[in-house]
Ligand binder design. Sequence first.
Ligand code: KG4
Ligand code: ZN
Length: 351
Amino acid sequence: MYTNFYSKNVENSNIYILAIESSCDDTSAAVLHNNRKLSNVVATQKIHEEYGGVVPELASRAHQQNIVPVVDRALAKANIDKKQLSAIAFTRGPGLMGSLLVGTSFAKSLAQGLGIPLIEVNHMEAHILAHFIKDEEQSMPGFPFLAMTISGGHTQIVKVNDYFDMEILGETLDDAVGEAFDKSAKLLGLPYPGGPLIDAHAKKGNPKAFKFPKPKVEGLNFSFSGLKTSILYFIQKETAANPDFIAENIDDICASMQYTIINILMDKLKLASKQTGIKQVAIGGGVSANSGIRKALTEANKKYGWKTYIPKFEYCTDNAAMIGIVGYLKFMEGSFTDQGVSPKARFALGS
Ligand code: KG4
Ligand code: ZN
């Protein structure tokens, strides 16, 4: 249906994609010209802070309020008129249904109104393919490479054979690593999302001050629920003896928790590299903003002879530019979605 449109644009290599991300609590829109980002606007919803986690109904409502101004701003920043757009890419899943519905409905209506193709994107695939956004300061991985996706909803090690040929080698059996950060932060009385706050405290603390157990999980799978429980018991015990324990030791507690979590992640990455013989290693997802994992991966280049790929901060947490690059890659393949599409709260990688 869009074949003429598609070949015309690929020939000219003058493709403009508007991308929309609304899977969780960030409303984001981006414009890409081919594989380059022109704009990437993110409205983070502050409302969830006071509830200690994302409240789905409030997230959905906030997306409805944010989506039009965020898209307008992305177009204005890119200096692009809607009529110049080649296609609209949107996050189909995985994520919160009420949140996904806002972005999906908006993308469908706009694509229909403009008479241009619609492209569905898997959010977790986008966290990985964000490494293909063209940037003079960053190099892109070659195939195959290993990608570890570490976010508030996922923890996976993926073998990436090609843009759209990915195999999950291991994943979490319970909590995601971002949840481990956020739930541990909550135990310390820190607001949501606690991950960045733990990171900030950890920079000032001693990572060896307290010892937390590492879970014993076979192969390349992860588990974080035991760590959360041991942190809970540790805090209960210490605060019973000294009610000011948290306030007096927050930096050391955070540094020790973060150290344990980073060790768990790095142990699995090392095993995955050993098992597959692949030494190109990328990370993606919100937790890749963490200073501990960034440092560990940077050191791994020398230590293990790896070539590591660490996303710019802008592309770590949820953003629409990563949706846009997948949109561009799918556009080049002529892989479009019809208007009957509906969001998928659960959306497996490669399905
Ligand atoms: O990818 P993302 O923005 O949303 C999901 O798809 O889940 O990831 C959000 C997660 C949250 O759990 C947040 O606490 C965590 O990423 N995060 C961090 C840091 N920045 C964000 N965790 C640890 N250290 C950070 N600097
Ligand atoms: Zn994400």
